[in-house]
Design a protein around this ligand. Structure first.
Ligand SMILES: [Zn+2]
Ligand SMILES: [Zn+2]
Length: 283
């Protein structure tokens, strides 16, 4: 559906859960695309996954309407790389009246003690206030396997990346698997979910092409291609694949080509723009 025409209506008829992708770029934000952030709204529950520059989109419509009728935000981090965490410095601006609980993997999952993560980033001289002195903001941890967040079943699994990241599965609605090498186990993790939101750092067509060896090797050391993501989506049997965390060193023509490559393997693939909305089943 056209994301720019959608308005979330918490009162009314339009009460299906939905995803809004607030940032589709990896690493460096570009004029068209912010870095990783997505929102899931179901009733009065709002989950936000990752705090890239896309978090700033909550200041303006249409994302601002996702805050209507909400009094708490649950913000889940996949890992601490700055393109996923810079938005932690926006919290008091984008959510001035809401409680915010930031959920991070416990140290057993990623080797990072939680106090060495968010509180070490949000503090002087990087930010005017210490994490602990901010009002209405708190930190919580998730474990590998099953977690309960705001009454929702949220599954977590570790992924291999430059630093360990985690994939999240929110009930049977969606899986977010970003900042990860190609990982066959993602297919089982996503099996039966409606939507797989997967990173696609390169197309995959470059494999074996002379002159591209270094780029391909470097990409596959911590990332996934569009073709690989499509294979996972096909194996998982999801309804739709959304390709995100697009590589800012490439352009829109390349992303369109990534979409075509992925659709050859998994036809229900979309390369979303920022603010893309995907409605989900009510069950
Ligand atoms: Zn990233
Ligand atoms: Zn990363």
């Amino acid at each position: 559906m056209a994301s720019d025409t959608h308005r979330y209506d918490p009162e009314g008829r339009d009460d299906r859960p939905l995803l809004m992708i607030l940032g589709t770029q990896g690493w460096i934000p570009t004029p068209r695309r912010a870095t990783t952030c997505l929102a899931y709204r179901d009733g009065a529950t709002l989950l936000v996954l990752d705090a890239g520059t896309g978090l700033g989109r909550f200041l303006r419509p249409p994302a601002a309407s996702l805050l209507d009728g909400v009094d708490e935000v649950h913000l889940l981090l996949t890992h601490y790389h700055l393109d996923h965490t810079v938005g932690l410095s926006y919290l008091s601006g984008v959510f001035p009246r809401l409680r915010v609980t930031v959920h991070v993997p416990e140290a057993a999952v990623n080797g990072v003690e939680p106090p060495d993560g968010v509180p070490s980033l949000i503090r002087p001289p990087f930010f005017p206030e210490a994490w602990a002195s901010q009002k209405r903001v708190s930190l919580s941890t998730v474990c590998a396997g099953e977690n309960d967040i705001a009454g929702l079943r949220v599954m977590v699994r570790a992924q291999s990346h430059a630093d360990v990241s985690v994939a999240y599965r929110v009930v049977d609605h969606f899986v977010l698997a970003t900042d990860t090498v190609y990982d066959e186990a993602t297919a089982a993790f996503a099996a039966g979910a409606e939507v797989l939101i997967h990173e696609a750092w390169i197309d995959g067509k470059e494999e074996g092409e002379p002159g591209w060896e270094d780029m391909v090797r470097h990409a596959y050391a911590s990332h996934t291609s569009a073709r690989q993501a499509a294979q996972l989506a096909a194996r998982a049997g999801v309804e739709e694949l959304l390709l995100v965390h697009l590589n800012p060193l490439f352009d829109e023509d390349y992303y369109a080509e990534q979409g075509r490559s992925a659709r050859a393997l998994f036809p229900r693939t979309t390369v979303p723009d920022d603010l893309h909305v995907r409605e989900l089943a009510r069950y």
